[in-house]
Design a protein around this ligand. Structure first.
Ligand code: PRP
Ligand code: ZN
Length: 302
């Protein structure tokens, strides 16, 4: 059997093999409690906890793999997904679509001009040559601005195109802005704000894969919402509660539980947003708290 043919009962997620999004994508899935065993060719990762496998590929291939049904879901930049949709059409029944933003890999697709090229409005682009790896998104944006410019499609090293005389300006991803500075380019227009997203096929997945995909989406959304949350646990005397409870870090209302065989003792459990500082812990200890524990969250179902 072809290992890459869609299997009936296992969910297959395409992620970037290397590059900006690959490692954080895998770390996010592992934070949900999933574990993977990499194949020797580093193309396939077998899911060991749930029937969820990974395919490690070039990011630009991910939307196509979902559209063809080779993969069920993908973790990919909105920039790559949007370019695929702009190029191949947005038929809701067939086009892979954004299912859940994932809150990492933030960047923007921007126009940038070399020193010496004046830019005030999009109309200044008329007749200019613009180098990009995102020709469909750029062409759409130019149409929306009613400007006619030449789109020069390059697969990489877009930032050096003006110096090589291939183009007058560029339309490329900007993350820190370091690449633009190094190439003496000035960002003048943002065309798309991007981050990593969970991409899914237009038509819902059937059967068990559909169920798993829905669960995964829910857990991803929850994990992103609780990304900075911690579980705080501590013991105290009941008489100290009025002084202690106001010192708990911001978060959900705490649970206070009686301790077996200790009439005056309580255990407190609180879900906190953000980190718990040393100072906060010292203040709670001074107010009578003992056995203070701050735990990271792995999974949570409200
Ligand atoms: C992008 C883009 C720039 C660089 C910008 O490539 O093409 O070269 O990142 O980042 P900076 O603003 O932090 O300097 P990237 O490697 O992300 O992906 P790609 O090769 O798939 O385009
Ligand atoms: Zn790429």
């Amino acid at each position: 059997m072809n290992r890459l043919a869609p299997s009936r009962d296992r969910l297959r997620i395409a992620i970037q093999k290397s590059g900006r999004l690959g490692t954080p994508a895998r770390e996010l899935l592992e934070r949900l409690g999933l574990r993977f065993q990499e194949s020797r060719d580093r193309l396939f990762c077998h899911g060991e906890v749930e029937p969820i496998d990974l395919l490690l590929v070039r990011d630009d291939d991910i939307p196509g793999l979902i559209a063809e049904g080779v993969c069920d879901l993908g973790i990919v930049g909105r920039n790559v997904l949007s370019e695929f949709r702009a190029e191949n059409g947005r038929d809701p029944a067939t086009a892979p679509a954004e299912w859940q933003p994932l809150g990492f890999g933030g960047c923007r697709l921007s126009l940038a001009v070399p020193e010496g090229l004046n830019y005030a409005t999009p109309l200044d682009l008329a007749g200019r040559r613009i180098a990009t790896s995102y020709p469909a998104l750029l062409a759409e944006w130019l149409r929306s601005q009613a400007v006619a410019a030449d789109v020069v499609t390059l697969s990489g090293s877009v930032e050096i195109a003006p110096r090589l005389g291939q183009a007058d300006l560029i339309c490329d991803l900007v993350s820190t802005g370091g690449t633009l500075v190094a190439n003496q380019l000035r960002e003048v227009e943002v065309i798309l704000r991007s981050e990593a997203v969970l991409a899914a096929p237009g038509t819902p997945l059937p059967g068990l894969r559909g169920e798993l995909a829905g669960q995964l989406r829910g857990r991803l959304a929850a994990a992103i919402g609780q990304r900075n949350s911690r579980l705080l646990m501590l013991n105290a005397r009941r008489s100290q509660l009025s002084e202690l409870l106001p010192l708990l870090p911001e978060g959900e209302p705490p649970s206070v539980m009686a301790l077996d065989g200790d009439a005056d003792g309580v255990a407190i459990k609180a879900l906190c947003r953000g980190t718990v500082s040393w100072q906060q812990m010292e203040r709670m200890k001074a107010a009578g708290a003992s056995q203070l524990l701050v735990l990271p969250l792995e999974q949570m179902l409200p």
